[in-house]
Ligand binder design. Sequence first.
Ligand code: FNR
Ligand code: 8K6
Length: 347
Amino acid sequence: MTSTLFSPFELNSTLTLKNRILMAPLTRCMADENLVPTEQMAQYYARRADTGLIISEATIIRPDGQGYPNTPGLFNQAQVDGWKKVTTAVHNNGGKIFAQLWHVGRVAHPFFFGSGDVLSASNIGIEGSVPRMRNLSYQTPRAASVEEIAQLVADYAKAAKNAIAAGFDGVEIHGANGYLIDQFLHLASNNRSDEYGGSVQNMSRFALEVVDAVIAAVGSDRVALRLSPGAYFLMEGHHDDRAVFDHLLQALNSRSLAFVHIGIFDDSMTFDYLGGHASDYVRKHYTGTLVGVGGYTAQTGAKAIAENRFDLVAVGRPMIANPDYISRVKNSEPLKEYEESMLQVLV
Ligand code: FNR
Ligand code: 8K6
């Protein structure tokens, strides 16, 4: 029974969603050579405006946050103008859209931004190479200094302001999937001994500073956060990670965010150190609106919401395969199966 998905959901006094199905953030690597969103991207998002909320593909806050080709930015006027076309097209079709704010940290490659260091929480690198550009191996990052951390926090806030100037309804801070903020939150990538490492308070500090700066910039009603307490991508899990997330989620309870969103590919995964599914773990510790994701259909998403496991469901790959996902589900029409080859064009 999916009808519960199609009733409006009040996120807060500023934003009400027309249904409970979100378009998950999906990197498409289709921005132009200056990382400006294109007209094709505007049409692609506009076709999905009947979802309750679109979360944009991850969008870099500054040049050294880039780790994949042609990912859009939100750090100059041309990019703001490009995104304005996207948000206008979505709004004209009656939709709402948040920008996902991204810095990849140690997953960055200077190939994309010229000279300069790759920054992370610590000087702990990852193995492997940039997808689609296998000749570019990942570099050992440099631990950001306290001054550089302050600048990063300011740059997240500036990108959030740019997002609002570009017409977005809000922002989702990308704190998940092994990227910069997540690199501060996990033991495998943070061995600092200053105020940003070594204790649960210190390891949570960068994430909370970014959250607070972005809230100060655009207001808490328009700010969401994506988190991966269960390490599954570009990150190794550690038994003691849990205490960090226990602390972080408790601290987030008093921040009045629009929502927290699980960062995971398949929510049927379980994590020993979290005592089960990542979504169930966050539900237990976080009292605000929670978005579940990862392998859900409209049916299984509706069931999870009915069981109070989360409040809203985000859909990723099926949304790539089916621009008309919402009407197909509403009318019980069959869905097209997602295939990786679909990533080559914006349909
Ligand atoms: C993703 N995902 C993702 N997550 C994120 O936070 N920012 C992003 O830019 C991307 N980009 C991205 C690209 C592609 C091609 C895929 C397949 C996935 C993860 C995505 O938001 C979602 O969590 C997963 O796809 C799981 O949901 P589904 O696809 O099972 O509904
Ligand atoms: C060039 C394309 C760049 C796409 C970047 C974002 C892709 C995110 C996809 C996440 C995939 C995670 C798969 C990990 C599964 C691990 C299961 C243990």
